[in-house]
Design a protein around this ligand. Sequence first.
Ligand code: ZN
Length: 272
Amino acid sequence: MENLNQLCIHTITTKPWPIEIAAENYAKAGVSGITVWRDALDGRNIYQTGEMLRSHQLEIVSLCRGGFFPSTSAEKRKAAIDDNKKAIDEAAALGAPMVVLVCGADPAQSLATSRKQIQEGIESLIPYAEANNVRLTIEPLHPMYADTRSAINTLAQANDMAETIDSPWVGIAVDVYHLWWDDLLQSEIMRCGRNGNLYAFHICDWKSPTEDFLLDRGLMGEGCINVPQIREWVEEAGFKGLYEVEIFSNRYWGMNQQEFLNMIIKAYLEKS
Ligand code: ZN
C-alpha cells in the first residue's frame, strides 16, 4: 500500500468512530497518518492514546484545534490563551508536532482589531510552544467564517502574519476548502513554501450546490476544487508532509464508516 504513504485522515472525518476504532481501521486500510481532534481524546489518557496510535504505525500529524484568540473581553482573551496552552500540553502528551489554530474573530469588533489580537495571542504562546516542542499552525478560513471563526481569510493574510511573527514555531496550514477560490493562491503557496511556513495541507472538496456551509464538505473529486492542481503547487513549493483528508459531513457521518473510508481512499488515489 505504498501509494497511501502520504495519506492522513482527521479523526473528525470519521466522527462516529471512537479514536481506537478509527486507528485500527485506518491502519488496516494502509492509511499512514492521523490528525487528532481534541474531542476524540475526551476521557482518555492522552499519552497512552499517542502510544496506541504509534503501535498502529500511524504518524500523528497534528492536533486540532487551538486558536479563537479575539474577543472584546480581556477575560475571554486570557481564557483563550489558557486553553491554547492546554492544547499545547495535549499535543506534547500525544506526540503531535503541531497544533492547528482556527484563529477566531469577534463580530463586535473590527477584523483588523481581531487580527491584532490573534497576532498578540500567537506571539505570547511561542515560548510555551517552544518549551513543549509543539509548533503553531495558522489555518486561514474561508471569508464566510470571518464573523466568528477567523479574521484570517486568505493565504496572503496568513503569510503576512507568519512573516511578521517570524518564528520557526509558527507556520501555516493550507486547506483547499478555504482557499480554492483565491486568484493569488498559486503565488501565495509559493511564498509560503519559500519562507518555510508551509506546515500542513488539508484536502476535501467544495460541493456545488453546498447544502450546509459547515457540515456538507465533499470528497475529493465531488465538487469544483481542482485538488490535483493545488497539490501540484504545494509540492512545487517544497511541501513534503502528509495530505490530510478533513471532511465534516452529516451525510457521510450517517453512512457506514468502513464504506466511507473505502470511498476516501479511492478519492485520494484517483482525484487528488
Ligand atoms: Zn483544515
